[in-house]
Design a binder for this molecule. Structure first.
Ligand code: SAH
Length: 346
């Protein structure tokens, strides 16, 4: 049966029986995506016959909250959800002055194999449906009773390895018949699947794209990110340029700093060169570097860079007028590396 929450409005209209009134699809869609109901029985303005029809023809998957941890420092909450089939995923709520931000998972597991990342251990179980990506935001909204104003697809999984569902997710999340979240407040982070970056550019969305770079040469990047073999840095940077040309959106490069692996002054200078080369060709292509101090994963040997290296790294980039921030640590008292809560509870 079709997961009803994964259908954009037009697809829902098509999927409903032709004898339904045209406005019926919109009513159902609003129950799902505006009022965030968890069952068909809550759709009180539908006839009993219509509700029975929905129960018999569609699935409305719900999650079980397995665990929730809240930071005593800043209110960050980490949620461990079980999907209907028992797969576990994580989502994080971060409270900022400018509003609530939610980090969601796009897959149960991941097949990209990044060697420092907890989500890669155990490989991919399956991709999430658009409805399961949305439900993480809806469940957190119901849990807090507060509106979510920013969404980052930076949890477990590689979003561009789940392209079609990701696209439906973005469409529904930014639809004014639903939560109506501005696409400018949605960020998708990828390890660098170049063909999908081109595809995404052609969709002409207004979302933010973040690229996980983490190294400045193919040789070094290959040791951290096997995806480099299929899409070397040169090719990835070309795809990024295309994305910028098509959408005009500033790109963020993420760089997780790992002690003695990619955090030396030479690494910073190489990153500077890479970015300046990129900008020169594109006449000041706006981009931004987000430095992430590594969150050590117990299954791997990598350690976080000492604070001094992180600051030195940042200073070198700033000396060359490169826009750079160090990711603020939210919920440091509850925060295992992304994907770890799921592993310790599997
Ligand atoms: N598959 C997507 C989303 C992954 S998670 C991607 O690769 O971008 C979001 C970011 O956190 C990525 O940049 C990822 O490389 C990084 N990351 C993963 N594990 C980490 C860890 N243990 N410490 C620091 N950053 C990590």
């Amino acid at each position: 049966m079709t997961d009803i929450k994964s259908l954009p409005l037009l697809s829902l209209q098509d999927a409903l029986a032709s004898d339904e009134k045209p406005y019926r699809a919109r009513q159902i869609y609003e129950w799902l995506h505006k009022h965030l109901v968890e069952s068909f029985s809550e759709m009180t303005n539908l006839s009993r016959a219509t509700r029975t029809y929905l129960v018999e023809n569609f699935e409305l998957p719900v999650f079980t909250l397995e665990k929730m941890q809240e930071s005593a420092f800043d209110g960050t909450r980490k949620y461990l959800f079980a999907l209907a089939d028992g797969n576990l995923i994580e989502s994080v709520l971060m409270k900022y002055k400018h509003g609530n931000s939610v980090c969601i998972s796009s897959q149960a597991g991941c097949r990209m194999g990044c060697t420092f990342c907890a989500s890669a251990i155990g490989g991919l179980n399956r991709s999430l449906t658009a409805g399961e990506m949305l439900e993480q935001i809806y469940a957190i909204t119901r849990n807090t009773n507060e509106r979510v104003s920013n969404v980052v697809v930076m949890g477990i999984g590689e979003p561009l390895d789940n392209y079609d569902e990701l696209l439906n997710f973005i469409k529904i999340l930014s639809d004014y018949n639903g939560l109506n979240l501005s696409q400018r407040n949605i960020t998708v982070s990828t390890c660098g699947l170049s063909p999908e970056i081109y595809r995404l550019a052609d969709e002409m969305l207004q979302i933010n794209l973040a690229i996980s770079l983490h190294a400045t040469t193919d040789e070094k990047r290959l040791k951290l990110m096997p995806v480099t073999k299929a899409y070397p840095l040169d090719e990835l940077m070309k795809a990024c340029k295309y994305y910028f040309k098509k959408t005009g959106r500033r790109i963020t490069f993420e760089y997780s700093l790992i002690n003695n692996i990619n955090d030396s002054k030479e690494d910073a200078m190489e990153l500077k060169d890479l970015i300046l080369r990129f900008r020169k060709q594109e006449r000041l292509l706006p981009c931004h570097i987000n430095l992430i101090p590594l969150n050590p994963v117990k299954e791997h040997d990598f350690c976080a860079s000492p604070a001094k290296n992180v600051l030195d790294f940042k200073n070198i980039l700033e000396k060359y007028q490169i826009n750079v921030t160090i990711r603020r640590e939210m919920g440091s008292d509850i925060d295992g590396a992304c994907g770890q809560l799921r592993r310790t509870n599997a």
